[in-house]
Design a protein around this ligand. Structure first.
Ligand code: AMP
Length: 396
């Protein structure tokens, strides 16, 4: 059972359909974080070097009713062209006459970017007919989108059944780096799980209790655990209906000898605005009219102590509402410390998830981690031990 790769194909004079992830954040027409574009570059350049014509497929955002200018992949074309240092042509549809004639007229050495696959209903339905329309555009399909591999969508899954297909270099790298780091991690192994809600990471928490020695729970989801312990959490984000679940996670963790580390102090404010007045309080003392927006300095010290005693760290989700300063502080400080220990060769660190990567970029720590996955949902599902449809279809 092995992943098919670019090494298995002769790409010379072939139209190579590459599924990339160009779903990058855009603000005022500018790409604000081009990590995903940079990571798509090696496969595209390799296809060009080997004499193939790269034709790029991608989704962008979550359009619900067909074409929507704000979700056109064209917005990322210039940024991609700058990364590749190649001309990137654009076709305003990913199927039909428009796409086919753009493929026919694509000059050797240039790249063609097709419009958002999600403008067609068949994409999310994994519709074989829509996939066949896409398949008409190429001789070989290369999937370089680990970040969408958890979704059985037509340009990720169905298409790989109907034409010769393989993994791109980023897909290969994501899978091998995650497997190397996490299939038999050096112990003690600790997870840092933060973010907004327990409900979106419930399965992750349940599945991490077995393999992890310790789990730090931070961010908005920690509030649900604090409330489950009977602490007042004021006006904080909390899923009150998840309190029983939180209690059973804590009980299971005790039974399975997994230490759960919750905030011991909190940063609270009366309103959620940048540079507002804040207070640092013990985690059982949030006033009725306040919101918990970050973990406090004693919690960061505690996390650092546990990091010193760990060999492997997996990180998903920020420890606070990091987009709004100063509530980025706990995330930044913990991230810098993970980066430092990684650089000293004391720990192996792996992080994934869109928000997580942008939080780590904010403290200039991301490039000092052992490995950063471009994936959010797929990273979580991979950690949860699920089979990813966009990966299994590339294995023979
Ligand atoms: P997720 O996508 O689940 O990883 O959640 C990331 C989001 O959680 C970010 O937008 C953070 O601002 C948010 N978040 C983290 N901590 C808090 C908190 N204490 N209160 C409100 N939102 C938070």
């Amino acid at each position: 059972m092995a992943l098919r790769t670019l090494d298995d194909f002769n790409l010379k004079d072939k139209n190579v359909l590459i599924r990339v992830d160009m779903n990058v954040p855009i603000h005022n027409g500018q790409v604000t974080d081009s990590t995903r574009l940079s990571r798509a570059v090696p496969t595209i350049l390799e296809v060009l070097e080997k004499g193939g014509k790269p034709i790029l497929l991608s989704h962008f955002g979550r359009p619900t009713r067909g074409f929507d200018l704000t979700m056109s992949t064209q917005q990322a074309a210039t940024a991609l062209s700058n990364k590749l240092k190649k001309r990137v042509h654009f076709a305003s549809s990913c199927i039909g006459e428009t796409a086919q004639s753009a493929v026919k007229t694509l000059p050797v050495g240039d790249v063609l970017l097709l419009e958002n696959t999600r403008f067609h209903q068949g994409e999310k339905k994994n519709d074989p007919e829509f996939a066949s329309e896409l398949a008409k555009l190429g001789d070989i399909f290369v999937s370089d989108t680990f970040s969408t591999a958890h979704r059985a969508h037509a340009s990720v899954e169905a298409i790989a059944h109907i034409m010769p297909s393989c993994a791109g270099r980023l897909m290969e790298e994501e899978i091998s780096k995650l497997e190397n780091a996490l299939s038999t991690p050096e112990k003690p192994v600790m997870a840092i799980v933060g973010g907004a809600k327990v409900s979106s990471k419930l399965l992750l928490l349940e599945n991490l209790i077995g393999p992890m020695d310790k789990i730090v729970i931070g961010g908005g989801m920690a509030n649900t655990f604090l409330a489950a312990k009977g602490y007042n959490i004021g006006q904080s984000l909390c899923e009150h209906d998840m309190q029983d679940t939180a209690r059973s996670i804590l009980d299971n963790a005790t039974k399975m000898d997994c230490e759960i580390i919750l905030p011991i102090d909190i940063v609270v404010a009366k309103e959620f605005t940048a540079n507002t007045n804040f207070e640092i309080l013990p985690s059982n003392s949030c006033p009725n009219d306040s919101i918990i927006l970050d973990a406090g300095p004693e919690t960061v010290k505690l996390i650092k102590k546990h990091l010193n005693n760990s060999k492997t760290i997996i990180w998903n989700g920020p420890l606070g509402a990091f987009e709004v300063p100063p509530f980025n502080k706990a995330t930044d400080e913990a991230a810098k410390y993970v980066a430092e220990l990684t650089q000293l060769g004391k720990i192996l660190s792996v992080a994934g998830g869109g928000d997580t990567v942008s939080a780590l970029n904010g403290s200039s720590s991301a490039d000092k981690f052992t490995y950063i996955s471009t994936a959010g949902g797929a990273f979580l599902e991979w950690l949860e031990g699920k089979t990813l449809p966009g990966v299994s279809v590339l294995i023979s």
